[in-house]
Ligand binder design. Structure first.
Ligand code: FAD
Length: 322
């Protein structure tokens, strides 16, 4: 057991994306007086999004930053204690659970909701960051709508890339799918769907890598790709948008020797029943993109944040009534 504990809480929430703030709103209303750590990215992934058109009820212009500021204000109004710190180390092998922040302060809690989300992988090109939200996207379901009848590119060769290419092929005029290898890693059934669309409005560029993303004030206008076959070729493609679909990394580094994981995602009981957001440790719940490699949407993250708060409330009710 460690000494010098800064404070003890019934419930701590890690993360300030849709899952974390929704959990905080529900937990505060249940009088659990949660302490929420925002981490280094207050508001989560959505703050980089210029326009959100799929948040129900908000059909007028809404930026990700506006939505997340509203969630922050909502949680704050209900007296959620919010700290703009990151948790660097945890110990779930002791009770109460221990969390150590970036300022080396130690916090303990009876229950914990982990909503630390995930981070999309990028190619590492400087122009990628420059045009992020202006033609560069990592989410076709979120941003595909803006490319109706336009020409777009998708980069990647796994399930996500093929799914995104198929999704976009129903919206965009042409989809260029760029993959650095000769063989796709995606599931057979997806590849079969893909091949049916090749020659219609999907064009494959195998053994190709993106060298440059080109653009102007209006955003992305094209890409330069290199075909790795001999002789190497530089190819210019005019596009309005590029979707980077090379994977997501769940933010779970600090939990690795503490919780049950699968492919770096936290494993929860899942399903629609009591305790479905519980991890392998009673009292520790997880919600949002940190448990979800399939849906990865603001609304699904919020929904699971709500479930985690309700599960934590039941857990604490039982604990305190004993
Ligand atoms: P995140 O939003 O990833 O938030 C994670 C939080 O955890 C962050 O606040 C971070 O600082 C914190 N954190 C991480 N580690 C720690 C730690 N050690 N200690 C404390 N805190 C920590 N979805 C839609 O529904 N509509 C859209 O239009 C849309 N557009 C998108 C556009 C882009 C470019 C991207 C990348 C995603 C988009 N999404 C969209 C998906 C959506 O953003 C995510 O599904 C959602 O944000 C996930 O929410 P979350 O709360 O699980 O995690």
């Amino acid at each position: 057991m460690e000494n010098n504990i800064t404070s003890h809480h019934k419930l701590i929430i890690l993360g300030s994306g849709p899952a974390g703030y929704t959990a905080a709103i529900y937990a505060s209303r249940a009088n659990l007086q949660p302490l929420l750590f925002t981490g280094t990215n207050p508001g989560g992934q959505l703050v980089n999004t210029h326009q959100i058109e799929n948040w129900p009820g908000d059909f007028k212009k809404l930026t990700g930053l506006e939505l997340m500021n509203r969630m922050h204000d909502h949680a704050k109004l209900l007296n959620t204690n919010i700290l703009f710190n990151e948790i660097k180390r945890v110990n779930f092998k002791q009770l109460p659970f221990l969390l150590v922040s970036d300022t080396n302060e130690k916090f303990t809690c009876d229950s914990l909701i982990i909503a630390t989300g995930s981070s999309p992988k990028y190619l590492g090109l400087s122009t990628e960051t420059k045009f992020l939200g202006h033609g560069v996207s990592t989410c076709a379901v979120c941003d595909g709508f803006f490319y109706k009848n336009k020409i777009v590119a998708v980069v990647g060769g796994g399930n996500t890339a093929v799914e995104e290419a198929l999704y976009l092929s129903n919206i965009a005029r042409t989809v260029h799918l760029i993959h650095r290898r000769n063989i796709f890693k995606a599931e057979k059934r997806l590849i079969e769907h893909l091949l049916k669309k090749v020659g219609k409005n999907i064009i494959l560029h195998k053994q190709c890598t993106v060298n440059k993303i080109l653009g102007d004030k209006s955003g992305v206008t094209g890409i330069n790709i290199i075909n790795k076959n001999f002789p190497k070729q530089n190819i210019m493609i005019n596009i309005s948008g590029i979707f980077i679909a090379i994977g997501n990394i769940p933010n779970t580094n600090i939990f690795h020797d503490q919780l049950l994981m699968s492919k770096n995602y936290i494993v929860i009981q899942s399903g629609i029943h009591e305790n479905s957001t519980q991890t392998n440790i009673p009292g520790i719940f997880a919600a949002g993109d940190v448990v979800d490699h399939v849906y990865r949407q603001a609304i699904t993250s919020s929904a699971s944040g709500c479930m985690a708060a309700l599960d934590a409330e039941k857990f604490l009710d039982k604990k305190y009534s004993l």
